[in-house]
Design a protein around this ligand. Structure first.
Ligand code: GLY
Length: 356
C-alpha cells in the first residue's frame, strides 16, 4: 500500500477534512491537534476493535498532550440500541466531559453511528471525530454526519445529523478485515461506482484490491462529499445513495437480518438494474455487468424471497409515508436517477428485477 496521504475537504458548516492513508492511527494525536486544539477526549470502541487499535490510538493521543478516557461497549448491530447509547452518555457524564471536549469514534459503521449520536445529544451536542476501521465506514458512513441507533420498531429510527470535526481513514486497518466484512464495504463502493463513476466501478475488477484501496476510498469520499455538500439533510440528491436499498432493506428484513447490509444492497442493486432494463427505464443495460462485478467481489446477486414478500417488507418500513416511494434507477454504469413510483407498482418492479 502506498504511503501517500490524500485529503478531501467536505464543505459544510463548519467544514472538515477526510484524511486517507497508511499509518494514520499511530499519528492521530498530531493530526487531530490542529483541528481540535486543547480539550479532553473520550475514545469509544467496541469489544472487537479495542484489542486491535485502542492502545495505538490512546498512545498517540496522549503523546500529543491529550487527556484520554476510553469507553468500551459490546460489538455488533444488536448492541446499537438505547441501552448502549445510555451507557456511553452516562460514561461521558461520569468523566465530566464539557461542551468543548470531543468523542473519538474508533471502529466501523455501528461505532460511528452510536458514538456520533452520543456526541450529538450529550450536553446538546459536542464534537466527535471518526476513525473508521472497516471498508464500509471508510467509503460511506464515516462521512456525512448521519448518526443513529436502532429501535425495536426498526433500524436507524433515532438519531441526529451531526458532521464530524475530522475523519482519519487509516487504510492499514482494512488489510485484516474478515472477507465478509470487507465484501460489505465493497458493495457500497461498487454502488458508488454505479451511481457516479465508471472508473471506480472498474477498479473492482482485480484479484487483490489492496493497492487500489486508497484510490477507491478517495473516489467514494469525493463523490459523497459533493452529495452531502448539496443536500446535507437528506431531502434530495443524497437519497440517490440509497441505490439498491429499497430491495436491500426488504431482503434484510425477510432474512431476519441474518444477511448483512452490504450483501443485501448488492442483491438490491441487481434487482433495480434488471428492473430498469425490463421496464425500459435505462439508456444502457447494466445488470449483467453489475452482477458479474459483485460476484467477483464475493457478493450475492440473487435472493430466494419472492417479489410479493419483498414488496410487503419494503412497504412496512416505519419511515415510509404516502402512496408513492422513490427508487434509484441505474441509467448506465456511472449514472443513476431517482424515480417516484406508486407503492402499488413496487411488487411488479421487484418481479421484473427478479426475472433472469
Ligand atoms: N449512507 C447514506 C448516507 O450517508 O446518506
Amino acid at each position: 500500500m502506498s504511503n501517500c496521504v490524500n485529503t478531501i475537504r467536505v464543505h459544510v458548516d463548519p467544514p472538515y477534512t477526510v484524511t486517507i492513508g497508511s499509518g494514520l492511527l499511530a499519528r492521530c494525536g498530531e493530526l487531530l491537534r490542529p483541528v481540535l486544539g486543547e480539550c479532553r477526549l473520550c475514545v469509544a470502541a467496541d469489544s472487537n476493535v479495542a484489542p486491535l487499535y485502542l492502545d495505538t490510538v490512546t498512545e498517540s493521543l496522549r503523546s500529543a498532550g491529550y487527556t484520554v478516557s476510553t469507553c468500551l461497549y459490546p460489538a455488533g448491530e444488536a448492541h446499537k440500541n438505547l441501552e448502549t447509547l445510555s451507557g456511553i452518555l452516562e460514561f461521558l457524564a461520569a468523566e465530566h466531559l464539557t461542551r468543548s471536549d470531543c468523542v473519538v469514534a474508533l471502529g466501523g459503521g455501528v461505532c460511528g453511528d452510536m458514538a456520533g449520536f452520543a456526541a450529538g445529544c450529550y450536553l446538546r451536542g459536542i464534537r466527535y471525530v471518526q476513525l473508521p476501521t472497516t471498508l464500509l465506514s471508510a467509503v460511506d458512513s464515516s462521512v456525512g454526519g448521519k448518526t443513529a441507533i436502532d429501535l425495536k420498531a426498526g433500524k436507524n429510527l433515532a438519531g441526529v445529523f451531526l458532521q464530524p470535526a475530522a475523519v482519519l481513514c487509516d487504510t492499514d486497518c482494512l488489510r485484516t478485515l474478515p472477507p465478509e466484512v470487507f465484501a460489505d464495504g465493497a458493495a457500497e463502493a461498487i454502488k458508488t461506482g454505479v451511481l457516479s463513476d465508471e472508473t471506480l466501478f472498474s477498479l473492482f475488477d482485480a484479484d487483490d484490491l489492496t493497492d487500489r484501496l486508497p484510490e477507491i476510498i478517495a473516489r467514494c469520499i469525493a463523490f459523497k462529499a459533493k452529495v452531502v455538500e448539496e443536500d446535507e439533510l437528506d431531502n434530495g440528491v443524497r437519497r440517490t445513495l440509497n441505490l439498491g436499498h429499497t430491495a436491500g432493506h426488504a431482503i434484510e428484513k425477510c432474512a431476519d437480518f441474518r444477511l448483512t447490509h452490504g450483501h443485501a444492497v448488492a442483491i438490491g442493486m441487481v434487482i433495480m438494474a434488471r428492473a430498469a432494463e425490463k421496464l425500459g427505464w435505462c439508456t444502457e443495460p447494466s445488470a449483467d455487468r453489475i452482477a458479474a462485478m459483485l460476484r467477483r467481489n464475493r457478493l450475492p446477486v440473487s435472493t430466494e424471497f419472492s417479489a410479493s414478500e419483498l414488496a410487503a417488507a419494503a412497504l412496512s418500513d416505519k419511515k415510509r409515508r404516502g402512496d408513492s416511494i422513490s427508487v434509484v434507477v441505474p441509467d448506465r454504469i456511472g449514472s443513476c436517477y431517482m424515480k417516484k413510483v406508486s407503492v402499488n407498482d413496487l411488487e411488479a418492479i421487484f418481479r421484473a428485477g427478479l426475472e433472469g
